[in-house]
Write a protein that binds this ligand. Sequence first.
Ligand code: MV4
Length: 481
Amino acid sequence: MKKILIANRGEIAIRVMKTAKKMGIKTVAVYSEVDRNAPHVRFADESVCIGEAPSNKSYLLGGKIIEEAKKLNVDGIHPGYGFLSENASFAEEVEKSGLIFIGPKSKSIQMMGDKLAAKEAVKNYNIPMVPGIDKAVTDPIEASKIARQIGFPILIKAAAGGGGKGMRIVEKEAAIEEQMARAISEATSAFGNGAVFIEKYITSPRHIEIQVLADSHGTILHFFERECSIQRRHQKVIEEAPSSILSPELREEMGKAAILVAKSCDYLGAGTVEFLIDKELKFYFLEMNTRLQVEHPVTELISGVDLVEQQIRIACGEALQIKQKDLKINGHALELRVYAEDPLNNFLPSVGNLSTYKIPVGKGIRVDDGFEEGMDIPIYYDPMLSKLIAYGETRIEAIQIMIEAINDYKISGAMTTLPFGKFVCEHEAFRSGNFDTHFVKNYYSAEKLKHEIEEEAKLAALIGLNIYLEEQKQLKIPNTN
Ligand code: MV4
């Protein structure tokens, strides 16, 4: 592989290019008209405009991207996350045009993208699954019967869904008919596929995912877990590795299950297997994400493995050189997603010009971003400004480094989720490790954050006053030395 095109923008495009450069591979950026001067464009060796600002007129134009890749003699295409990354026909088209898709085979993407097909695939591998039905349900009477068997509350999910989209919790039988109808209509308009199925609703789970890598020679490895329970409306906020609730035994068991899930769909490259863990520490397979994930850096920091490098090597047909028994967890890593959203105002997008943008630096701090001072935040794309990643020997050290890094991160021109991240890091439930997927709903409010910010300002004022008074005192006492 001599040249790769990154079919993405922002931090992940830069992240992929960094590894490509390290490997001596030339990089091609694609960009929309508003991104003409974006950092990912300037970071690349070559770049090409692929259309107008809205992503359906640029970053989602698979055909156009492939065409430009061929003109520029590209060998492979890395899709990043989002956009075309889990588009099975794009992966197929890339391969058909004689280029390498740096990701899994189209067939695996398709299989895991359909949650019912995924259940079907893993069925023969003895993977624990949430009690439920593994086929589409349309008849509310049949749904009621199933619900009674598995017990309320139940969760109606869209087969084409994922990431929490189109899910409906049903507490009692009387509500089934209405909720089914809503779920089906939502799924139809959102995914063009109205198939829904039913699972027992696990009320207060932890959301844990396992990173895997599979090569084309039959080796599949797992790279431990990421704890992703701290989320807001299915948007992850803080991820960490390792999780404080996994024993070495449970970790090994889940790692083996994840490897089997990858095997069940003939997986290739980097993938993530999502699980829920209930209060009794029982785990259940949820779904597989067939891409490099936003939160991959925490795994890189605790395992010492560059996941993008492995993706590229695997795509070239190389065999994995790492052995499962040589993989060890080293230290602890946290990632905060820094969004241009106002945590004091219902997380409303807060776009503007980044008049100040200074990232924290220091031991144990990594910032993956695609912005710089003076830039306008485009309204067309995801409002994630950066990923602030902290690494320490222990969890509490990583949390402390994260808090200090948040304090040193200077952004003006847009409201961000930095203060919200600090709120989480300072919260007793988070620090103790005693939390679930309802953390934000249970503990966070704008009022609490406002209070915390005010208290901190008072404290800072008091400290300032104290320093001033000490200085005054010293000026009055003559120095006798
Ligand atoms: C569940 C669940 C509880 N029970 N399935 C969310 C993302 C998608 N991958 C699947 N998700 C869930 N599936 C069963 N049977 C809980 C989640 C879930 C969740 C649900 C509601 C609100 C927030 C959540 C956060 C993480 C996971």
